[in-house]
Design a protein around this ligand. Sequence first.
Ligand code: PMP
Length: 376
Amino acid sequence: MKKYLLIPGPTPIPPRVLKAMTQPIIGHRSPEYGEIFKGVVENLKYLFQTENDILVFSSSGTGGMEASIVNLLSPGDKAIALAGGAFGERFINILGSFGIEVIPLRCEWGEIIDPQLVAKELDRNRDIRAVFATLVETSTGVVNDIKSLGKICKERKTLLVVDAVSGLGVEELKTDSWGVDVVISASQKGLMAPPGLCFISISERAWEASETSRIYRFYWNFKTYRKFLEKEQPPYTPPVSLVFGLDEALKMIREEGTEKVWERQKRLAKATREGVKGLGLELLAKESFSNGVTAIKVPENIDGLEILGRLREKYGVTLAGGQERLKGKIIRIGHMGYIQFKDILVALESLEKALLSLGHRLKRGEAIKRAKEAYR
Ligand code: PMP
């Protein structure tokens, strides 16, 4: 059975990228590697929309979240962390485990936090050193207003750190013009490459903060990576094949153009949401929908895990479930990276059949009809 992977990461890999990864391994201190690495960093800068340094780590996204904390802050420092889902909570946990005094700003899962609340908190607490936010809260399918947060933080000279693990290459993100000091992302989502690489952009202000940070670090030390960056090398052995793949994926994105990619993602997301409504289902969020992942409420009388099981076993379609408090209550369709409208149609049609088999009442064919109208 043909398999369809529509989860918010890891995402499917285009054949061009798969092929690039079959090249023979080369040494990471060789001139050939240096050339590829230089191209990767250049294209990442284009995608991040930044002139800042970008460091590449062999790690998943969470490693990047930890790295950004251990290089910028010291135990006892105060930081705000916005959390409207599982990944905002992860920042809170990591900050807490390094002795940072975290001021959590939480909202219902599926909603967004008003940036003005951050402004108020910063004005009340003048000694807050950094604000931690998530571009796309993957667990709820909501996109946060990073542009406004950037303005608020810049005016108050507070560092802004953004987790764009599932947002990069999917949502509009303008690191420099929005004033984001640190952006973290990873290879396995919008970038159409396998898991295993993480990237962090670092502003001048963030480099200054790293000079006074007193948290011990070795593998994650930004300074070591910057020193090697000048030589177009990583300090430690990189996953060479993954870098080949990432290089090719970034070239594909660059050929299409980031504005076009954002636009394509927007259309896919809209079509997905309309299709879901055509199934008689309700979206988790009411606004600020992400263009890379759509979270859908599971009808009261149906078990979300049951839907996912049927989709996988009968139709070869893998969607994601809810995380933590949303487990069993929502399902999520990932539509970032190498996902095309045809894949969405397969997902919607399979979902229609699975729901019917579980007793959900719906108008047959309506989902496809609405999705097609929206996509047009
Ligand atoms: N942040 C966000 C927004 C994510 O979506 C994810 C992965 N789902 C992570 C962080 C963690 O990334 P990883 O699993 O690569 O460590």
